[in-house]
Each structure stands twice: as structure tokens, then as C-alpha cells.
Design a protein around this ligand. Structure first.
Ligand SMILES: [Zn+2]
Length: 307
């Protein structure tokens, strides 16, 4: 039994030196393997950044620099380093995921516009209602004034009729009053028509508002159906050779995605705490100021064999 073990050891040793002799590069590689993990930074470069993302190389670098820090500060290690020559690339690739995001942004701005349209219509409606109310009150007052005057006029006419006719000056006064009353009635009639048209206008505005609300609600339900679910870290992928990012809304979630994928590049798998960088869903982490959770720190320390 012992003999066999020795043989195996000798074979392993021989084959090890055999590799070293034929290929000195792999000797260095073999020694690297024996070194502590994380003793050398993972070097990365920036690959393709699809112009549809509207993101410059400089902006991208400042984002990756911040993403590096999230891992490097708590561990006190230089874990990642930008090197334009590095084979390990971070790419920003445009596909249907970002197309969806752009569509959702468009829908969002449509919703915003409908909201402000609605506010404007409501304002207009309120103003019109006030005008309507004021004019209606004035109209009603004028109508009762008119009726009062008309009553007096008719009483006078009746009075003089019962006496077989009015004297000349009274008759002239009554004629004048009749003219005035006719004028009043005409202008009241015109005002009544105007007020009625105001009612029509307010109704039109109310209809308009209802339509906007309907439109808004249908857009909102489309939005919720299409884009409402929690966002998984399928925005990016680390495949052992590169990081590809497919989708982001703002700089903040792009950065968080890169931090997450860099974690995979270190060799860390998904973790269970929803606030962890390495949780499989994005949402509970601090977007503005991403930080490792206790669980993340424990994982990176285990991976890098830091005590
Ligand atoms: Zn992941």
C-alpha cells in the first residue's frame, strides 16, 4: 500500500518537472497557483461599449473605479486594476434588454406627460367652473332685478289702462322703460347663452380629463405588466473570461451590476441576504452608495483567505 503511494508521488513529481522543463511559462503559472489568492489584482480592460448606451470610456472608467473600491476598501487589498492591455474585458452590449429599458423609459415619460396634461385640464376646469359660477350668480341677480322692474312697469301699465290711458309724459316714460326692459332682456338672453356654452366647455374638459385618466391607467397597467417585476442580475454576466453588461437604467444600477459581476470574477457565488451585493436580485442594496454586507465581507475574506 505504502509502495503504491510512493510510486504515485514520484509519477506526480516527474510529470510536474516534465511540464516545467518543456514549458517554463507554466512553471510560473504553477507557482502562481500555490500563492495566496487575491495577492495579485485581476486586471481588466474595457471592451466594446455600444454607442447606443451613450456612455463614454471616461465615464465607464470612473464607474469601474468606484466599483473596484466597493471590494477593495473593506478588504484593504488591490483586487482589481484597469490595464488597457488586459484580456479580461468589461463590455457593454446592446440587446433586447436595453431596448426594453428604453421602451420603459419612453412609457414613463408618456405617463409623466399625461399627468401634467391632466393637471392642466383640471386647472382649466377649475378656472372655468369659477367663471361659470360667478357669471351665473350675476345673471341670477340681474334676472331678479329685471323681473322687479318688469313687475313695476306692468303695474304702472295696468294702473293707467284702468284709468283709460296715461298722460303724455307718463306715456313717454313708460315707452322709455319698455325699451330699457327690452334691452335688459336681450342682454340677459345673450348672457344665458354664454353661460350655457360655458357648461358645454366644462363638460368637454371633464370628458378630456376622463380620457386622460383612462389613457394613463391603461399605460400604467402596460408599464406594470412589462416592467414592474423586481430586476434580476441578468443585466450582466461573468463567464470566466469577460463581463458583459446588457442593461441598465442609470449610472447607479450599472455600477451595482459591475460590483456584483466583479464579485463573481473573484469567485464568489450568490448569497442569501437581500441587501448583499452578491444577492441574485437587485433592489434592497444601497444604490447610491453600494457597500458590502457582512455576508459579502465574509465571502470575500474566505475567498481571499483574509483573517
Ligand atoms: Zn450573479
Amino acid at each position: 500500500m505504502k509502495k503504491i503511494f510512493q510510486y504515485i508521488l514520484i509519477i506526480i513529481l516527474f510529470s510536474f518537472w516534465g511540464i516545467v522543463l518543456t514549458n517554463p511559462e507554466s512553471f510560473r503559472g504553477a507557482l502562481d497557483f500555490l500563492k495566496k489568492p487575491c495577492s495579485k489584482p485581476i486586471k481588466y480592460s474595457l471592451g466594446e461599449i455600444d454607442p447606443k448606451f451613450n456612455l463614454s470610456q471616461e465615464e465607464m472608467l470612473s464607474i469601474t473605479e468606484k466599483a473596484e473600491e466597493v471590494w477593495e476598501k473593506p478588504t484593504g487589498k488591490n483586487l482589481f486594476e484597469y490595464d488597457p492591455q488586459a484580456d479580461f474585458k468589461i463590455n457593454i452590449v446592446f440587446d433586447e434588454r436595453q431596448e426594453r429599458t428604453n421602451a420603459s423609459k419612453k412609457l414613463e415619460s408618456q405617463l409623466g406627460k399625461l399627468e401634467s396634461d391632466r393637471e392642466n385640464v383640471i386647472k382649466e376646469y377649475d378656472q372655468l367652473s369659477k367663471t361659470y359660477q360667478k357669471r351665473l350668480d350675476d345673471y341670477n341677480k340681474s334676472v331678479s332685478q329685471y323681473e322687479e322692474r318688469l313687475e313695476k312697469y306692468l303695474a304702472k301699465v295696468n294702473y293707467w289702462n284702468s284709468r283709460g290711458g296715461a298722460p303724455e309724459d307718463e306715456y313717454e316714460d313708460l315707452k322709455k322703460e319698455k325699451k330699457e326692459l327690452d334691452k335688459m332682456r336681450n342682454s340677459l338672453e345673450a348672457e344665458r347663452k354664454t353661460i350655457n356654452s360655458l357648461v358645454g366647455k366644462t363638460n368637454t374638459l371633464a370628458d378630456k380629463e376622463n380620457k386622460i385618466v383612462e389613457n394613463y391607467n391603461s399605460n400604467l397597467s402596460t408599464y406594470k405588466n412589462k416592467y414592474g417585476e423586481a430586476s434580476q442580475f441578468d443585466k450582466g454576466v461573468y463567464d470566466g473570461e469577460k463581463i458583459n453588461i446588457f442593461q441598465f437604467n442609470e449610472v447607479e444600477d450599472l455600477r451595482l451590476t459591475i460590483v456584483h459581476e466583479l464579485g463573481h470574477a473573484l469567485g464568489i457565488e450568490h448569497l442569501g441576504d437581500s441587501t448583499s451585493i452578491m444577492y441574485y436580485l437587485m433592489g434592497d442594496q444601497d444604490m447610491e452608495n453600494p457597500q458590502l454586507s457582512e455576508e459579502d465581507i465574509k465571502a470575500v475574506k474566505t475567498t481571499c483567505r483574509i483573517k
